[in-house]
Design a protein around this ligand. Structure first.
Ligand code: ANZ
Length: 850
């Protein structure tokens, strides 16, 4: 037949789907549903990279497959369109980020459409849409009203290069994740979301999720739940008086996971940021301590806690009392203790903690062993439960049995942890404590291109020297104070708070952010009083925290989504996207969802039931694709040259979806050949003929349906394609006309992968409507079993060859076939066959003699 013209066919079906709204979402009351979601892209100026179509093709296959299986499918797409690159472009060129964003979205959409994804484009949204911003702000207000959004003077990661504060997650090795600028810690007024209040729920919820184990582990570690005890040490002497004078109780609290080592504490260490450090420091030590604190500020947290880092510190001159023995213990300051973790202070047990051990060695502090290996566990025949002879060469960090601990001697660590915690609790000197690595989420950014935080504050005008009337003044021109301690929520009816128009988008060096320069926008009068809007904006994560909710009900003007929509669609059944979001987006979105769940706004406790990460596609050189390496493959080029179906199938055929794999343009020809063979097989169907399928064709058809179905269910797309290739080869090799049924089955099976090809074949087979909702082919299990067996052929008991035939083959036919097998005929020809043994399905044996 004529050559298959992919370009024309693909354009035709893309127009057809648009015109017929083929993928408009339906929700029938009694139908089962599948919500198939992609991580929506940030519409960058670079356009799609080949990693996007990989995940998007996988989810599209599932959406199309599930439609054919009778599910109502929600498969939407949109744009995560706030963010730094458009803003940085605006700073450099003066082009409004809105303009750049719109152009980039248009380009992304053109590219996605060229790939034939079955999105319901009627639900398209961008996080920068003012209607969307409105509801993002509304959700912020729900968090604010629940006490989950609060202001705080927090030591933040201030990035002067970007002119903004960054979340811990956005700082890598003391540099900004984007741009690689240095980041320092400074105290600033910030909006903080109290994600730590959900630490337990976020950790526990991971158990029931069908997510990659690595991602669940990453979240668990990020949350970092540790169980232990808080222990208080009374401050002794002068330091107690000055701590008291500072309005603090004269006690120092530590967090430990090893209360069993309590009797091995030989000193206590506070972080350089510890609020009591000033009060604890004796006059004689002040110069050293102050210098130490300054030096510590310059170090990143990561360098401070790095294993093997040289231990530094200073003596404060203060002492505390051991809570059980009363023994005085010196207090040191060291940067290996982190201000923001636990209580910012530790009880040091050098015998059993590596960092304490290194510190004690560096400063000549005593080491007191209180844990010994249990009986029988001694590495070199030491007596269990006894002291290891002499001084320890290194910290003994494992659990064991207690020694040197008075009444607790002989107790195993686990038991001693409870016993000692109970003893402390009875004395009012501590108790069980759970601690998390997770920090609250610093949620404000001093940037332009984000959602304004919908809060305002009263303004107090400073009376001027002339004694003018403060109320009639104007904070835009007059000194004033903004009452940050009294945040007021913007009334729901006044949402959205749109961004002001600016000419200069640069952050400037005002930590209030660039919106502070838009004074006409910032200050407003109501009932004769002046107010100032919050000038911080939300981070890019805000929009991606709830887009999957808006997709359920994108045109709703009364609510962010309706209860009916949420009940109809949640949770997302399949979420496909990159593993780089393991702890950022995927944790933040779960947090918002759980807060919304507690507010009764969603009925499912988790947003994403099943998660799949596509593996990274490397360049042909096996290296990560990057502009500087020049190994970037542009999806437009591939689609232009080979077509969308070939691009889709190639990316699915490269290997398992979640595997990392190199791009090899040369291998696209394999899927192109497959596509063209499918087209030629269909062109050989005689529509008027009712030609019956041969038995082997029918069996292979059922086997293929089974393999493709099972592989698609398991997201094994490469093996599904292999099975279809075998089937198309079989049909292609038929000497007769191709019967209609196997051709129709092939068109349906291939359609989720190569939807344009599928539709075109379906139409050429005489159907008028799209096959998008045709029932998925069913297989007959009995017919998937191969009807042939392979038998060994023996001559005088020795295997000389084999033969594949049906167990029903009659003896005479089996003998004739066996005699023709070359490796057998050598031993049989010219010999007298004394006996022929044939056990159908089992064995053939010739007994011969000369
Ligand atoms: C005494 C002790 C003895 C400790 C021992 C360990 C072993 P997780 O929660 O698992 O990370 N620690 C507590 N707060 C700290 C801070 N702000 N900066 C640095 N280190 C801190 O570990 C908790 C343990 O880390 C705590 O238990 C404490 O040292 C230290 F044989 O207390 B441990």
């Amino acid at each position: 037949g004529a050559k298959y013209d992919a370009r024309a066919v693909e354009a035709k079906w893309q127009a057809y789907w648009d015109e017929h709204e083929t993928f408009k979402t339906v929700r029938r009351p009694d139908a089962p549903k599948k919500y198939v979601l992609d991580m929506f892209p940030y519409p960058s100026g670079a356009g799609l990279h080949v990693g996007h179509p990989e995940g998007y093709t996988a989810s599209d296959i599932m959406a199309r497959y599930w439609r054919m299986c009778g599910y109502d499918v929600l498969h939407p797409m949109g744009w995560d369109s706030f963010g730094l690159p458009a803003e940085q472009h605006a700073v450099q060129t003066g082009t409004h980020p809105r303009t750049t964003t719109a152009a980039n979205i248009a380009n992304f959409k053109r590219q996605l459409k060229s790939l034939g994804f079955s999105y319901d484009w009627g639900r398209e949204l961008a996080t920068t849409d003012i209607e969307y911003v409105k509801w993002t702000q509304w959700i912020f207000l729900q968090l604010f009203q629940k006490g989950l959004a609060v202001q705080s003077e927090v030591p933040v990661n201030w990035c002067a290069g970007l002119g903004t504060v960054l979340a811990n997650e956005e700082v890598i090795d003391g540099k900004s994740e984007r741009g690689d600028f240095p980041v320092v810690r400074l105290p600033l007024r910030q909006w903080v979301l109290k994600i730590t209040e959900y630490a337990d729920k976020l950790a526990d919820g991971l158990e029931g999720l069908a997510w990659p184990e690595g991602t669940r582990t990453a979240q668990r570690q990020w949350i970092g739940r540790s169980e232990g005890a808080a222990i208080v040490f009374d401050i002794l002497g002068d330091a107690a008086r000055s701590a008291d004078a500072a309005g603090e109780r004269p006690r120092l609290e530590v967090f430990t996971t090893r209360p069993d080592t309590l009797l091995g504490v030989t000193y206590v260490v506070v972080a350089p940021e510890h609020p009591l450090l000033g009060a604890l420091t004796a006059e004689a030590c002040r110069t050293d301590v102050d210098a130490y604190v300054v030096a510590a500020k310059a170090k990143s947290e990561l360098d401070r806690v790095a294993a093997g880092a040289a231990k530094t510190g200073a003596r404060t001159g203060a002492s505390v009392a051991h809570p059980l023995t009363g023994e005085p213990l010196p207090v040191w300051v060291s940067d290996y203790v982190i201000g923001g973790y636990g209580t910012g202070a530790v009880m040091a047990v050098p015998a059993h903690d590596e960092r304490d051990f290194a510190f004690a060695q560096a400063f000549g502090l005593p080491v007191k062993q209180v844990i010994a290996r249990p009986a029988g566990a001694g590495a070199d025949g030491e007596a269990g439960g006894a002291l290891d002879g002499g001084a320890l060469a290194q910290a003994l960090t494992e659990d064991g049995v207690l020694v040197n601990s008075g009444e607790y001697d002989g107790m195993p660590s686990a038991e001693a942890r409870s016993a000692l915690t109970a003893a402390l609790e009875a004395k009012g000197a501590g108790g069980a404590r759970v601690n998390y690595k997770l920090r609250d989420w610093v949620f404000s950014r001093q940037r332009y291109w984000g959602e304004p935080i919908p809060i305002y504050f009263p303004v107090e005008l400073t009376p001027t020297a002339g004694g003018g009337d403060a109320a009639s003044g104007d904070p835009r021109t007059q000194p004033h104070r903004i009452c940050y301690e009294t945040p007021i929520a913007v009334d729901e009816t006044e949402l959205p708070i749109a961004l002001p128009e600016l000419d200069d988008f640069s952050p400037g060096d005002n930590p209030e952010g660039c919106l502070a320069r838009a004074t006409d926008w910032r200050y407003f009068q109501r009932d004769g009083k002046w107010y100032a809007r919050e000038t911080n904006t939300m981070p890019q994560w805000a929009g991606s925290c709830w887009y999957y909710l808006r997709f359920m009900d994108p045109a709703n003007t009364k609510a962010a989504w309706s209860k009916e929509a949420a009940d109809a669609w949640l949770p997302v059944d399949l979420y496909v996207g990159g593993a780089e979001h393991a702890v950022l987006h995927l944790l933040y979105a779960r947090f918002w969802h759980k807060a919304l769940f507690d507010a009764g706004l969603v009925a499912a406790p988790e947003p994403f039931a099943r998660l799949v990460h596509q593996g990274m596609i490397l360049g042909a050189d096996g290296e990560k694709m990057s502009k500087s390496r020049g190994n970037v493959v542009n999806p437009d080029d591939i689609v232009g040259e080979y077509g969308a179906d070939a691009m889709r199938m190639y990316e699915m055929f490269m290997g398992p979806l979640d595997a990392v794999k190199p791009w090899q343009t040369s291998q696209i020809s394999g899927v192109v050949r497959f596509r063209d063979r499918v087209a030629s097989v269909v062109s050989r169907v005689d529509p008027s003929s009712e030609a019956r399928m041969a038995d082997d064709t029918e069996r292979l058809m059922h086997l293929t349906i089974k393999k493709v179905t099972q592989n698609v269910d398991a997201l094994g797309f490469n093996t599904a394609i292999s099975a279809m290739m075998v089937f198309s080869n079989h049909l292609g090799a038929l000497e007769t006309a191709v019967p209609r049924e196997p051709a129709e089955v092939l068109a349906k099976l291939v359609s989720p992968f190569a939807p344009h090809l599928g539709e075109e074949m379906w139409q050429r087979l005489g159907h008028e409507r799209s096959l998008a909702y045709e029932p998925w082919p069913q297989y007959d299990e009995a017919l998937t079993v191969s009807n042939t067996v392979t038998l060994g052929i023996q001559v005088n008991g020795k295997t000389r060859g084999e033969l594949t035939l049906s167990p029903d083959t009659p003896e005479a036919e089996a003998r004739a076939l066996a005699e023709k097998v070359e490796s057998v005929s050598k031993f049989v020809d010219g010999m007298a066959v004394k006996k022929f043994i044939y056990r159908p399905g089992k064995i053939i044996n010739f007994v011969v003699a000369p």
